[in-house]
Design a protein around this ligand. Structure first.
Ligand SMILES: [Zn+2]
Ligand SMILES: [Zn+2]
Length: 151
C-alpha cells in the first residue's frame, strides 16, 4: 500500500519519511484539500507532526511534481496528487467545492490562444466556475420565498 508512495518519493530523489507518506495518502483519499485539512488528516495518524512539517512536506512534494497546488481566485490553496494529466477544475462559487474535469482535448494546452505573442504556449489553466449540486438544491428550495404556498 505505502510502497507505491515510497517508490514515488524515491523516483524524485526525496527521502522516504512518515509525514511525506502520510501527506501522499491523505491527498490520494481526499483530493483538493487545503493545508489545514491536510494537517488534520496527517495528525489523525501521527498526532505529533507539526504544522511546519506539513507545510515543508507540501512544498517539497509540490516542487518535486508529486503534488499539484491549485489556487482558484479568492480561495485558499488546495492540493491534489493527480498530477499525471492536464485536467481542469470546476469550482462552486458558493461553497468552494472543487471537482476534476478531464482535459477538454486530452493534452495540454487544450486551448489555442487567439494571439500567442510569439510565446511558446505549453499550458492553458482553465477553471470552470459555477454552482455545485448541493448549493443549487439549497438555492432552489429556499428561493423564491414560498409565495406558491408549498410550505
Ligand atoms: Zn457549493
Ligand atoms: Zn484535480
Amino acid at each position: 500500500m505505502t510502497s507505491d508512495f515510497e517508490a514515488q518519493l524515491r523516483a524524485v530523489s526525496l527521502r522516504v519519511t512518515r509525514p511525506r507518506l502520510a501527506v501522499l495518502a491523505a491527498l490520494r483519499d481526499h483530493p483538493h484539500v487545503d493545508t489545514d485539512r491536510v494537517i488534520e488528516l496527517v495528525r489523525a495518524g501521527q498526532p505529533t507532526v507539526s504544522h511546519q512539517t506539513v507545510y515543508d512536506v507540501l512544498r517539497a512534494l509540490t516542487d518535486s511534481g508529486l503534488v499539484r497546488r491549485i489556487q482558484p481566485a479568492g480561495a485558499t490553496a488546495r492540493y491534489e496528487s493527480r498530477v499525471e494529466d492536464n485536467h481542469h477544475h470546476v469550482v462552486c462559487r458558493s461553497c468552494g467545492a472543487i471537482a476534476d474535469v478531464d482535459c477538454t482535448v486530452g493534452h495540454a494546452p487544450c486551448l489555442t490562444a487567439s494571439d500567442d505573442h510569439g510565446f511558446v504556449v505549453d499550458e492553458a489553466e482553465v477553471v470552470y466556475w459555477g454552482t455545485c449540486p448541493g448549493c443549487a438544491t439549497t438555492r432552489m428550495t429556499s428561493w423564491p420565498a414560498s409565495s406558491e404556498g408549498n410550505k
